[in-house]
Ligand binder design. Structure first.
Ligand SMILES: C[S@@+](CC[C@H](N)C(=O)[O-])C[C@H]1O[C@@H](n2cnc3c(N)ncnc32)[C@H](O)[C@@H]1O
Length: 207
């Protein structure tokens, strides 16, 4: 990570939440994300690392649901806004740090969540390996990513390969519901869930 990159995100922080899926200001969009997150997360109580947490919008949704959340972002301005939004919930913390090598304890997270960050990391395979070490034995990775019309991003196939390369089994779901994004989309957006235990021990869930 470079200070130039984090400064660029600092500069975007004030307007970041203007995008429907960033600020989740529209109740329909907010509800769509709440439902999606609930469908891929374990029951409360659970501890979640939100890596590249941005302004803390997802952290806030999770904290409102009763999850303990530790957010990490390399942009001090993003962390300041996340702390303002969600930092007063019990069990939440936000810290400036590298999402690729977060300053968090190994083996202590039920979930490592990251939305729209992995694609931008210089060493995504090393990051996924590090994120996997943060997980408790029955923990899971929840990665929301996309392959955008700009050419940026990761395809679902690429993300699945990264997660399986870290020794996890995966399930994935296409996220093409316009309510998640504030309107119709034409590019590839998805969530990949990676778990430690073999698929045959899972019980019936679609993820
Ligand atoms: C597209 S935003 C997503 C923010 C948040 N995850 C969300 O979905 O609302 C990308 C975020 O990742 C952060 N970021 C990018 N590279 C990072 C790195 N190497 N370490 C920590 N944060 C990083 C940026 O500062 C920014 O807040």
């Amino acid at each position: 990570m470079t200070s130039r990159e984090s400064a660029s995100w600092d500069a975007q922080a004030a307007t970041f939440d203007n995008e429907p899926d960033h600020g989740l200001r529209d109740p329909l969009v907010r509800d769509a994300w709440r439902k999606l997150l609930r469908s891929v997360l374990p029951p409360i109580p659970a501890r979640i690392a939100d890596l590249g947490c941005g302004t803390g919008t997802l952290s806030l949704l999770l904290a409102e649901d009763g999850y303990a959340v530790d957010g990490v972002d390399f942009s001090p301005e993003m962390v300041r806004r996340a702390t303002y939004k969600a930092g007063s919930f019990p069990g939440t913390s936000f810290v400036v740090g590298d999402a690729g090598d977060p300053p968090l304890d190994d083996g202590s997270y039920d979930v490592v969540l990251s939305r729209h960050v992995l694609w931008a990391l210089p060493e995504p395979a090393a990051a996924v390996a590090r994120w996997t070490r943060l997980l408790a034995s029955d923990g899971r990775l929840v990665l929301v990513e996309g392959s955008w019309s700009t050419g940026a991003g990761l395809t679902a196939r690429e993300t699945v390969a990264l997660v399986e390369g870290a020794g996890l089994t995966t399930t994935s779901r296409v996220l093409d519901d316009p309510e998640l994004w504030g309107g119709p989309i034409s590019d590839e957006r998805y969530v990949v869930v990676g778990k430690r235990f073999p698929k045959q021990r899972e019980s019936g869930s679609s993820l």
